[in-house]
Ligand binder design. Sequence first.
Ligand SMILES: Nc1ncnc2c1ncn2[C@@H]1O[C@H](COP(=O)(O)OP(=O)(O)OP(=O)(O)O)[C@@H](O)[C@H]1O
Length: 231
Amino acid sequence: MAAVAIRASQLVKWFGEGRARTLAVDHAALEARFGEMLFIVGPSGSGKTTLLSIISGILRPDEGTVTVKDTDIWRLSKDALAEFRLRTVGFVFQDYHLFPRLTTAENVAIPLILQNVDWDKALGEAEKYLEVVGLHERIGLPPFKLSGGEQQRVAIARAIVSQPQILVLDEPTASLDGDTGRRILSFVHDHILNDQRCILIVTHDARIFEYADRILRMEDGRITGTVTGTE
Ligand SMILES: Nc1ncnc2c1ncn2[C@@H]1O[C@H](COP(=O)(O)OP(=O)(O)OP(=O)(O)O)[C@@H](O)[C@H]1O
């Protein structure tokens, strides 16, 4: 069996204070292996985005541990954690987080630029991945000139351009039509996933369930089980 890529144990995260205090993640645990495309499904507000943010090194948990490739990421120094986010993880946020003053190609090139890849080479790679997501003719435009679905595809291209070992996609097909969503997921499955990589996807989109190796259910802040093919 492939090595464990991510092991999350006993994760707890609270938001807010006093009576407004919310337990977003309640002793959640999961394990994901290299070579695996793992989906997480569950009702709105069940803690899926919060869990992904903790696993990706973006949001510090109140309790629990996240081990990625044998490194306990929340015990890393601030600099080492930033390095982990830059070199090991690619993340697509629900609201894309594109830089408004940069062109589409520059947005996609950013992870490579931050990794000190030469500017021309980074832009060349960015164009290649924009072609993959069907946006080659949009490379010179700023994000605000693109539709929501196009911006989502730019965010996906940016997450995969540096070929991260851990790819985390939060509702990656929410703004895409069925054919485009399946085409992009199919590319990620066939060309990005391999036995050195692991992909976590939060989705409500049953049209892409066929690409999952396993589907976990999240409810009330906890991973409560595996969704089987009959559900
Ligand atoms: N920054 C925040 N401040 C306060 N409460 C938050 C914050 N982020 C999330 N929450 C709360 O934590 C709980 C879990 O939210 P989260 O976004 O993780 O759920 P989700 O399953 O991803 O939902 P959705 O499917 O709607 O995106 C919710 O009750 C939400 O209101």
